[in-house]
Design a protein around this ligand. Structure first.
Ligand code: ATP
Length: 312
């Protein structure tokens, strides 16, 4: 399969400081790539280089085999949607108007029944239909984040009418979300990837990264220091070193589960078989068990057995 977006030997420097160095990465249709790494590692900068928002100091990014910088903005808007880490809005838009921007950027008819249906679907998928008429600047942080997710869903849906291959870039899309909306958003990202879109997400939550990524990329100081199957990347000692925290492996638990942090007590990330099982498993089956220790939430899936990583 050919990559949809391909970056080779990318460098990006500001005033002689290398923010991204020698980054080579391909995004394939149907695959969800997650980038993790400490603050300032260069993750957002790399996402901007791959999405065409920034141009590399050296190296090349191509999309469908064409150099990204040669693709006109109107066509790029149809081929890829970007949810930035933070978005400032200059006018007092309603939620629906912000989501409609996803259509306006494509230069397509943003009025009419078809457009309304795309917008309604995006609002529903991001669970903000009830907020459609609210002013964006009166929303909570998580509601604003879901509004921008709806906007990019809307842009992708409209762009799909003319472009069969697309990419979705998500920069910390779940940072302000509660656990249900984190899972809902990542489920949607997974579904979008499964529909043939190349998805790249930056996440700080290693649980989410482990649960949803097809490929996990670790960045440190501008460089890609690991890339591959999440279970392998998480199981090695690299993450302890990169994040400066102690990580040790635990024995397999009796049931596959996704355990969320309880205070600062523990963080657990699942290996690939459990991720697959979890994705397919029911999310309404909530129990609370982990030996004698309490844990905040545990999503149980009876069918899987697995090992997991444990941050005490
Ligand atoms: N235009 C710029 N001028 C100077 N420094 C910059 C510029 N853009 C980014 N940087 C620096 O480059 C580094 C990487 O920034 P980037 O936003 O890509 O990091 P990140 O990995 O996404 O971090 P975070 O997890 O905190 O969001 C940071 O130290 C940042 O301060």
């Amino acid at each position: 399969m050919k990559p949809f977006v391909e970056a080779r030997a990318l460098h990006y420097a500001v005033r002689g400081v290398h923010i991204v160095a020698d980054a080579t990465l391909s995004l394939f249709p149907g695959r969800l790539v997650v980038i993790v790494g400490p603050n300032g590692a260069g993750k957002s900068t790399l996402l901007k280089l791959l999405s065409g928002e920034l141009h590399a100091s050296s190296g090349e990014v191509s999309c469908c085999g064409e150099p990204l910088r040669r693709i006109p903005a109107w066509l790029l808007a149809r081929r890829r949607a970007v949810m930035a880490q933070a978005t400032q809005l200059a006018f007092p838009f309603t939620v629906e108007e912000v989501v409609r921007i996803g259509l306006d950027t494509l230069g397509v008819d943003a009025r009419g029944e078809a457009a309304d249906e795309i917008i309604a679907r995006a609002l529903r998928r991001a669970d903000i239909s009830n907020l459609a008429r609210r002013k964006y600047d009166t929303l909570s942080g998580g509601e604003q984040q879901r509004t921008h997710f709806a906007r990019v869903l809307c842009q992708l849906a409209a762009g799909r009418r003319s472009e069969s291959c697309q990419a979705l870039f998500l920069d910390e899309p779940a940072a302000s979300l509660d656990i249900r909306h984190q899972l809902t958003l990542m489920d949607a990202a997974r579904e979008i990837a499964d529909s043939g879109v190349a998805v790249l997400a930056i996440l700080h939550d290693l649980n989410l990264a482990a649960a949803y990524a097809d490929q996990l990329v670790v960045m440190r100081a501008g460089k890609l220091v690991a890339s591959g199957d999440p279970a392998k990347v998480l199981a090695g000692g690299l993450l302890s070193e990169v994040f400066g925290v102690h990580l040790r492996l635990c024995a397999a638990p009796p049931k596959a589960a996704f355990i969320l942090p309880h205070g600062h007590a523990r963080r657990i990330a699942w290996s690939q078989p459990a991720q697959t099982a979890l994705r397919r498993g029911p999310l309404d089956n909530l129990v609370c068990e982990q030996g004698s220790e309490p844990c905040a939430t545990l999503l149980k899936n009876e069918n899987a057995s697995t090992s997991f990583s444990f941050w005490p």
